[in-house]
Ligand binder design. Structure first.
Ligand code: OGA
Ligand code: ZN
Length: 382
């Protein structure tokens, strides 16, 4: 007998109690499962056509309770009291979710931080290949999840080209200033981006309650003097800030500050923490914009600590170690995670040539959804 088989136990139900049952699984550990949970997740509760739950637990007359439950082959078989219904639950399914485990998420990938020298190794994808090839699309979105920054090359020189590219990832997400935006010098600019001035590092539209996730900037022309693009990875900076300045990190990740964006027909406001953490407590992004930060309405004594920490972090974002600097070329589209990557640009001379970027957004959740659908078969495989 090898070591593994000597520790394998025949799975068996040990106890039926009022609200749930105990079952010892093949690892020898006794697990408790609640009856509501078992009944609600019975394989017959789901429609294979709609792939949604069709069973309605709200309309059970009484709390679900097992009359009998035993292991038969590779399933736990439960005969329910009152209902006359029998559930056959595969044991390997129970093992997967024992102890409150969540479903495995193929889009929950480890982020890889990048630094100022990243430009030559930025993942690049050719637009016609993305359109033609599902595997290329999966690789592109994977690179977005891991690095938060990609370049799409060979873009069609048209408005439709941008729409087509964004729709490979999800639906185009409008903001309070419309569905698309044109970054070039405007006669009456409503925004610093629409002038030829420098734009400090920022994330876009922080004043939206739910700022758009993925930003597309399609370069249609760039022949001016100046106008270099500046990008830094908020995850790289915030992780280093966490190690260098734990007190500052705590303030910026726990306390929300107000942002605004106001003009003739809109007055958007929101509160955001500058550093965003994910469900694992890892840094997943940033919200920062000096030109859209509102009046900090924190206790003035808290500001004694908050403001210096905010400035330490803002200066750190601009350190040479982090900032990638390059010139966009016509026919390229920069695609980046607007909640993770800070971006800006150097000033340019508006009369020295043409500079025109057309942009739009797709939500992060849309991107993750498209990725999962591309790389996995979901719950209803087979
Ligand atoms: C913007 C922006 C960058 C650029 O429009 O929000 O950041 O390179 N533009 O002009
Ligand atoms: Zn911007």
């Amino acid at each position: 007998m090898n070591e593994l088989s000597s520790t394998m136990i025949a799975p068996h139900v040990t106890d039926l109690s009022e609200k749930g049952l105990h079952i010892t699984l093949s690892d020898g550990i006794s697990y408790y499962f609640n009856y509501y949970w078992l009944r609600d997740n019975c394989p017959t509760s789901f429609s294979p056509i709609t792939r949604e739950r069709s069973f309605d637990i709200f309309h059970l007359e009484d709390s679900p309770c097992a009359r009998t439950a035993e292991v038969e082959g590779d399933a736990l078989v439960i005969a329910w009291e009152d209902e006359g219904h029998v559930t056959r639950m595969p044991l390997d399914w129970l093992v997967t979710y024992a102890g409150g485990n969540s479903r495995i998420d193929p889009a929950d990938l480890t982020r890889v931080a990048w630094y100022s020298d990243h430009y030559p190794t930025v993942p690049r994808f050719s637009q016609p290949e993305l359109v033609a090839d599902k595997d290329q699309r999966a690789a592109w979105i994977k690179a977005m999840l891991v690095h938060g920054f990609t370049i799409v090359t060979d873009m069609p020189d048209s408005d439709e080209g941008l729409t087509q590219t964004a729709e490979l990832m999800g639906f185009v997400r409008p903001t309070f200033f419309g569905t698309y935006f044109d970054v070039r010098t405007h006669i009456n600019p409503t925004n610093t981006a629409y002038t030829s001035a420098a734009l400090e590092l920022h994330t876009d539209t922080p004043a939206e309650e739910f700022a758009p996730g993925i930003q597309f900037l399609h370069c249609r022309a760039n022949t001016v003097q100046g106008g270099q693009s500046l990008y830094a990875d908020g995850v790289a900076v915030a992780n280093d800030f966490r190690a260098r300045d734990p007190e500052g990190f705590k303030l910026l990740s726990e306390i929300s500050i107000p942002f605004f964006c106001e003009h003739d027909t809109y007055d958007a406001r929101s509160r955001q923490t500058v550093i965003e953490l994910d469900q694992h407590g890892e840094v997943s992004g940033l919200t920062i914009s000096q030109h859209m930060a509102d009046i900090f309405d924190l206790d003035q004594e808290l500001l004694d600590d908050y403001y210096p920490a905010f400035c330490r972090f803002g200066r750190m974002l601009q350190e040479d170690k982090y900032m990638m600097r390059f010139l966009m070329k016509g026919g390229e589209c920069i695609v980046f995670d607007n909640h993770r990557i800070v971006h800006g640009r150097a000033a340019y001379s508006a009369t020295s040539g043409d500079r025109y970027l057309r942009g739009c957004y797709v939500d992060r959740g849309e991107m993750r959804s498209t990725y999962r659908a591309l790389v996995s078969e979901g719950r209803f495989k087979g």
